[in-house]
Design a protein around this ligand. Structure first.
Ligand SMILES: Nc1nc2c(c(=O)[nH]1)N[C@H]1C(S)=C(S)[C@@H](COP(=O)(O)OP(=O)(O)OC[C@H]3O[C@@H](n4cnc5c(=O)[nH]c(N)nc54)[C@H](O)[C@@H]3O)O[C@H]1N2
Ligand SMILES: Nc1nc2c(c(=O)[nH]1)N[C@H]1C(S)=C(S)[C@@H](COP(=O)(O)OP(=O)(O)OC[C@H]3O[C@@H](n4cnc5c(=O)[nH]c(N)nc54)[C@H](O)[C@@H]3O)O[C@H]1N2
Ligand SMILES: [Mo]
Length: 786
């Protein structure tokens, strides 16, 4: 390993640690009701040298004690991710390896915060809505909105009113059914769901839409890992995870691409720490130097709470924002040039090698270096780690998917794995590290605007309902349709489309054209405040709570194909709250009283829903027969068993090369590439706390993280207030009042937090193959405030 740099000294041109600089910021009016500013003192510490450990434990305990108290808190933490118990709402990381059971406390800081955020003393009940008008609420920050507590009553905003008022459940349901029934065309309704909802709710949701007559099933997964699904299906024939935790225990090398597990999948770091202890090599590919991938401390081992922790990455590859495809092409070229292709595997299990090899031969190294922003020696160092490993896992997050070329980059990564036989063997394979806790389950349940014929046929057979054949609208299509005034009713199941989607101003204008918007939610968010002519908020139970009637469990699928039951047992925060399933069943019954689905019987019998799932969906028979609390399932994972049912029906996996390296966009002078990321202290659009502990930032979020060299070149002082201007197809989008903070970001790239930065993301900048918005490469320039 002579030419592999010592770990982890190679930080590319990442900035030196920022100097501490406190400052009092922003006392002026909001930038806009869509992204209000926050007045707060901000401090920036030198970036932490290690992640996790005592600070993480302290925050988790503090949140738990404040919001749940000792008894309820301990009970919840003991039951989280246990089976029997409930599935943590934090992320889709699996609870345990197939060969073992979860540890006694199987929850992390991030999961704990997500669980207890649904508790607490405060309630966003009728009193709150009587106190504030909707425009007044819209001027508050996301942090403030979430801090108002749980929604407790169905509320309506009637046409012409600027406030919410209580409405009876029966009236709310009747209003929805009437508006849906009155549509001239069912395709004028759009269904948006967040991939956090259970299998049972997701199944009812798609059935409701399809019985109405539309496939308009937009989902947060289309803002997230749709590119992974498309690429995995094209290349391997199945999107379902080919890797599980047993593989992590046997890998020699693990590539972590476009992911920040210390904040977003903290339990993944357990697998990485264990791999590291065994001597596996870890490579992080990321334009930011994420401290959790540099050093990490185990929060579950008190003797690890303080101190330096363990080194994680052997190599940090500081790729340019959006440069991953070129980098992976470079790795592929290095593998082929080193004659390190596993020809026996390639011949037996793949097709397309010749085209890949000749395509890669035609790529020039200079071009690869320019497009990836990574020096050839560093590409070679990463390739050497890959070539020397017998078994390699490649995992990726939304740093790889949220680009106009997201599918191309993932396909190239899958081809790279296939070239050395790293699919379908122990210790190796691809893993899309899914975000929302039931992203995979929502796919399995058929929440997709482009259903396969087989799915629709199965649904028809099992339910007796005729299914619509015309393809429906994904998120990006629905957003465009709303702007053209083609959507009359927008229904939301969980989530926060207004803040999660791109191009906030345009999206808001589109939503406001709807006649009715409906949000089934647990907490107040901006999608309740930017609405159609009439708006409904329907509150529901959180996953930890038990509804009225006989106990009902739900199920969730993790990122590795494991399905487990989840039973809430806590007393609901307010009387009268019911589950998502019950709300959907009531809408279904009101809309189609004579439906063969017999919606009313589903309301409090999840077992019947699972029977429908088993009868309708491919490979889901065991939902009705085997799945139960304490009895998890493992769904069929063809790629894990080297069965590649790709579209060519050859039984072989498909090696590919992107059709062209893509045009290099002409950038305005002094342009930078903006990527939008999560802080440590948020869960998507839910902001727990103003700051980003793992990046040393406290008290403020409207920040643009920059390399010091770029600051000097552009003559921007650390902590200066700036304006961000994005450029796309001749249109500028401007967002005022950001604070420039020096950080370990690659030169030429900047980062800002989602959702504040979404006003800058052009709605039409989407990956043509998956529809994913380009949240992670936005061309911007920075102007000084005059
Ligand atoms: N605590 C917490 N947990 C969460 C969430 C949360 O918000 N909070 N969200 C959940 C959800 S829905 C999801 S999808 C996941 C998201 O989890 P992640 O996939 O980790 O999401 P991000 O923080 O958006 O970005 C990931 C990383 O991509 C890097 N990146 C940005 N641009 C590029 C690029 O061009 N190339 C490469 N290689 N890297 C790039 C960023 O620097 C960042 O480190 O987490 C889930 N878990
Ligand atoms: N710029 C930029 N934009 C992004 C991203 C990015 O990286 N950059 N990431 C994208 C990604 S990966 C995703 S997944 C999306 C997230 O998009 P969404 O899933 O739409 O957003 P969330 O913030 O997770 O939704 C939060 C709301 O969900 C509701 N909720 C919470 N728990 C429950 C529950 O149990 N039931 C119900 N019914 N409601 C509940 C609460 O009301 C809460 O306010 O955002 C995307 N947007
Ligand atoms: Mo996500």
């Amino acid at each position: 390993m002579t030419d592999t740099p010592e770990a982890p000294t190679d930080l590319g041109d990442a900035a030196p640690p920022p100097t501490p600089g406190p400052g009092q910021l922003h006392t002026r009016a909001p930038a806009s009701p869509l992204t209000p500013l926050v007045t707060a003192p901000m401090t920036v510490d030198p970036a932490p040298q290690t992640s996790g450990g005592l600070p993480g434990v302290a925050v988790a305990l503090n949140d738990t004690l404040r919001k749940a108290g000792v008894r309820q808190g301990l009970r919840l933490l003991r039951r989280a991710n246990q089976d029997p118990g409930f599935a943590c709402p934090g992320c889709a990381w699996p609870d345990a390896a197939p060969s073992s059971s979860p540890p006694r406390f199987a929850v992390c800081e991030s999961g704990t915060r997500a669980i207890v955020d649904a508790l607490g003393q405060r309630r966003a009940g009728p009193q709150l809505f009587a106190t504030y008008t909707i425009p007044e609420l819209a001027r508050r920050s996301d942090h403030w909105l979430n801090a108002q507590g749980r929604l407790t009553h169905p509320m309506v905003r009637r046409a012409e009113s600027n406030s919410y008022e209580p409405i009876a459940w029966s009236e709310a349901i009747a209003l929805i059914a009437e508006q849906l029934r009155d549509l001239p065309d069912p395709n004028r309704a759009a269904f948006y769901s967040s991939a956090r909802v259970s299998n049972e709710a997701a199944f009812c949701w798609q059935l409701l839409a399809r019985e109405l007559g539309t496939n308009n099933l937009a989902s947060s997964s289309q803002l997230c890992h749709e590119a992974s699904r498309v690429a995995l299906t094209n290349t391997l024939g199945s999107w379902r995870g080919a890797v599980d935790l047993d593989d992590f225990a046997a890998a020699d090398a693990i590539f972590v691409i476009g992911q920040n597990p210390a904040s977003n999948h903290p339990r993944m770091l357990e697998a990485l720490r264990a791999a590291k202890h065994r001597g596996a090599k870890i490579v992080s590919i990321n334009p930011l130097r994420e401290v959790g991938l540099v050093r990490s401390r185990d929060p579950r081992r008190p003797r690890d709470w303080l101190g330096a922790g363990i080194e994680i990455a052997d190599l940090l590859v500081s790729v340019q924002v959006g440069g991953d495809l070129a980098l992976i092409e470079g790795l592929t070229k290095a593998v082929i040039e080193a004659d390190a292709v596993d020809r026996a595997f390639v011949d037996a299990h793949t097709e397309g090698y010749e085209a890949l090899a000749s395509g890669i031969a035609a790529r020039e190294w200079d071009d690869i270096v320019a497009r990836s922003g990574v020096e050839r020696a560093q590409i070679q160092a990463a390739a050497d780690i890959y070539i020397r490993a017998d078994n390699t896992i490649a995992c990726w997050g939304v740093g790889l998917t949220q680009h106009r070329g997201g599918v191309d980059a993932i396909e190239q990564l899958l081809s790279l794995l296939l070239l050395r036989g790293n699919v379908g063997k122990r210790g190796a394979g691809p893993l899309a590290v899914l975000g929302h806790s039931n992203t995979a389950g929502c796919w399995t349940m058929g929440v997709t605007p482009r259903p396969a014929d087989a799915l629709l046929a199965g649904l028809e057979r099992a339910t007796g309902v005729t299914m619509p054949r015309a393809p429906g609208l994904s998120v990006s299509d629905a957003v465009a349709g709303m702007q053209r005034g083609e959507i009359d009713v927008l229904l939301g199941l969980g989530g926060n489309l207004l803040s999660a989607g791109p191009d906030t101003e345009a999206l808001a204008a589109g939503i406001c054209r709807a006649r009715l918007t409906v949000q089934i939610s647990t907490k107040l968010n901006r999608s309740h405040l930017i609405t159609g002519e009439t708006a409904l908020i329907l509150p529901c139970l959180a996953r930890t709570e038990a509804g009225p009637g006989a106990p009902q469990w739900s199920s969730f699928e993790d990122a590795t194909g494991g399905v487990r039951a989840s039973l809430g047992r806590e007393r609901p925060v307010a009387a009268g709250l019911v589950s998502e399933v019950e709300i959907l069943a009531q809408i279904g019954a009101a809309l189609s009283p004579d439906s063969p689905v017999q919606w009313a019987t589903l309301a409090r019998d999840h077992g019947r829903i699972r029977e429908l799932i088993a009868a309708a969906l491919p490979d889901c028979e065991a939902f009705a027969t085997e799945l139960a609390p304490g009895r998890p399932l493992r769904l069929v994972r063809p790629a894990h068993d080297r069965r590649f049912a790709t579209a060519t029906a050859s039984g072989k996996a498909k090696l590919t090369i992107a059709s062209s390296a893509g045009p290099t966009p002409t950038l305005p002078e002094n342009a930078l590439l903006l990527t939008t990321v999560r802080s440590h202290d948020q869960h998507n659009t839910t902001v727990y706390w103003l700051g980003d502990r793992e990046r040393g930032i406290h008290g403020y979020r409207r920040l643009v993280l920059m390399n010091l060299a770029d600051m000097r070149r552009l003559e921007i002082e650390p902590y200066e207030q700036v304006e961000l201007i994005s450029h796309f197809e001749g249109v500028e989008r401007r967002a005022p009042k950001w604070v420039a903070v020096p950080h370990h970001v690659r030169e030429g790239c900047v980062a800002a937090y989602f959702p504040e930065a979404n006003v800058l993301v052009p709605g039409a900048a989407i990956d043509p193959r998956s529809g994913t918005p380009s949240f992670k490469s936005v061309v911007v320039t920075i102007a000084k405030h005059t």
